[in-house]
Design a protein around this ligand. Structure first.
Ligand code: PAF
Length: 271
């Protein structure tokens, strides 16, 4: 595995090699969820590229950009073990006069888009540039960030970008907590309230499987289980359009975002 720190060198590496390039974009502090994305692509590509870049464009002014967890050596070891060919850790990612933004409308209006203004513009802008820089043919994103996956798919479709998008299942810790780099912020005292996010979602899913289709009733059930310090949202939406539903009469997704202490957690489940 080579580590590439210059953006032009990353493009040169990709263009000098034949074959299909798979790409997993990350912000580092890698966990088994990230590794599962690498494992998903490894068998079907000739070269596997992973990026680690904490993208300032997708953080709001009061968010955790300055303290986002980092573990460069551990990350490199995990990538090497997963069979990554090139680890892209850019030090010069955006030109000093960078002037372009990529923005997906509608799909970004609700859920995290409503609570984190500008967040998805930052995500689509960095992902579009990463696709250009790495010249990847296929890229893998986790369903943990369900709205992000939908937004990236829409960007690729709308701009006819030559990149196949693969979604991979959310990975949970032994106790059910959705894996996230931000779980590092949680104390032992926080853990039960953090676990209540997936307990709430699974209670809703079980009720749906038992025949309940009324969304207000399902949300009331979820809220009776959720013990976070502050709910950002708890919603049931159409699995494709992300439009809120009143009745679960088609493929749907239940999604939650909530704060435990200062830590914002997200989780989701198929209904
Ligand atoms: O999901 C993430 O870690 C980030 O949003 C991504 C896709 C790497 C873009 O910065």
């Amino acid at each position: 595995m080579i580590t590439v720190t210059e953006t032009a060198a990353m493009t040169a590496w990709s263009t000098a090699r034949p074959g299909r390039i798979g790409f997993v974009p990350t912000m580092g502090f890698l966990h088994s969820g990230h590794v599962s994305l690498m494992q998903r692509l490894r068998p079907e590509v000739d070269r596997l590229v992973v990026s680690i870049f904490v993208n300032p464009l997708q953080f709001g002014p009061n968010e955790d950009l300055d303290r986002y967890p980092r573990d460069p050596e551990g990350d490199a070891a995990k990538c090497r073990a997963a069979g990554v060919d090139a680890l892209f850790v850019p030090t010069d990612f955006y030109p000093s006069d960078f002037s372009t933004g990529v923005s997906v409308a509608r799909l970004t209006e609700g859920l995290c888009g409503a609570k984190r203004p500008g967040h998805f513009d930052g995500v689509t802008t960095v992902v579009a540039r990463l696709f250009g820089v790495t010249r990847c043919h296929v890229a893998c994103f986790g369903e943990k960030d369900y709205q992000q996956l939908a937004v990236v798919r829409r960007m690729v479709r709308d701009l006819a970008l030559p990149v196949e998008i693969v979604g991979a299942p959310l990975i949970r810790d032994h106790d059910g907590l959705a894996l996230s780099s931000r779980n590092k912020y949680l104390t032992a005292d926080d853990r039960p309230r953090a676990l209540s996010l997936h307990h709430a979602l699974f209670a809703m899913r079980d009720a749906r499987e038992a025949g309940q289709t009324d969304v207000p009733a399902l949300l009331a059930l979820g809220r009776s289980v959720l013990q976070a310090d502050r709910e950002d949202y708890l919603q049931i939406v159409d699995a494709d359009s992300l439009e809120p539903l009143q009745t679960v009469d088609r493929p749907a997704r239940a999604l939650v975002a909530a704060f435990v202490g200062q830590t914002r957690l997200i989780d989701n489940v198929a209904l």
